[in-house]
Design a protein around this ligand. Structure first.
Ligand SMILES: [Zn+2]
Length: 237
């Protein structure tokens, strides 16, 4: 279990798995008074249980909300473990309701690989991440937003905003305003491989716009936390 990475007095990171085959993104942890708010749920019940253990170690208060930044499996499949409502965009809920109706099992995943070979890498990651499909379920968002939603606790304002973009139409960003920290998740990434083209790039315009907010830290889905200048440089890569 990787140790939590402290980012500020109130914010930690359960860091991504650096092995790209594992497809385990960063999970943000915001301790706001009597509650802990998560940004994404981990890619599986196994990772989510590790997150709970890590929260115990820092004596974090109970998880009160899990924000799904978008509907991609690696950000939501841990959701069933948390005894707290998930918060997401309305489009995310719609996608997840469709995904929840599938007959999840190793056999189903094999069939999907045959049916859609372009998704093989993601599906193999999914098969590796989830070790018990019989008890698995997708925890649907109980709270949805279409534009913005703010959560408050212990002097912190957690602002959730729909940003959309080329990676996923339901992408949200999460700002912790007082800490000047922004969770961007995958919003500025290219579309997923099976939906994109070889010449897809990062969304440079989105990066420029978000860099214009002069946050101190930008945390995306699958990279290391970036300071403002490092983040700004992504706009010209
Ligand atoms: Zn994604």
């Amino acid at each position: 279990m990787p140790p939590l990475v402290p980012l500020t007095d109130h914010i930690w990171l359960y860091p991504r798995d650096p092995n790209p085959e594992r497809i385990q993104p960063n999970v943000g942890i915001i301790v706001a008074g009597r509650q802990t708010i998560l940004v994404d749920a981990g890619n599986s019940p196994r990772i989510a249980r590790r997150i709970l253990l890590a929260l115990d170690e820092i004596h974090a208060p109970p998880v009160s909300a899990v924000i799904y930044t978008h509907h991609h499996w690696d950000h939501v499949f841990g959701g069933m473990v948390f005894d707290a409502p998930a918060v997401a965009h309305e489009i995310c809920r719609k996608h997840l309701a469709e995904m929840a109706a599938k007959p999840w099992s190793q056999a189903y995943i094999q069939e999907e690989i045959m049916r859609a070979p372009a998704r093989e890498q993601g599906l193999r990651g999914m098969a590796r991440a989830v070790d018990d499909w019989r008890s698995f379920r997708i925890a649907l968002p109980e709270i949805t937003l279409s534009k913005t939603l703010r959560l408050y606790g212990d002097g912190l304002t957690i602002e959730i905003e729909h940003i959309g973009g080329q990676h996923a139409p339901d992408s949200l960003i999460v700002r912790v305003l007082e800490a000047r920290v922004m969770f961007v998740a995958d919003a500025y990434y290219p579309p997923p491989p099976h939906q994109g083209r070889p010449d897809d790039t990062l969304d440079h315009k989105m990066i420029e716009r978000l860099a214009g907010e002069n946050m101190e830290l930008y945390i995306d889905g699958h990279g290391d936390p970036l300071g403002l200048e490092e983040f700004r440089r992504l706009a010209v890569e």
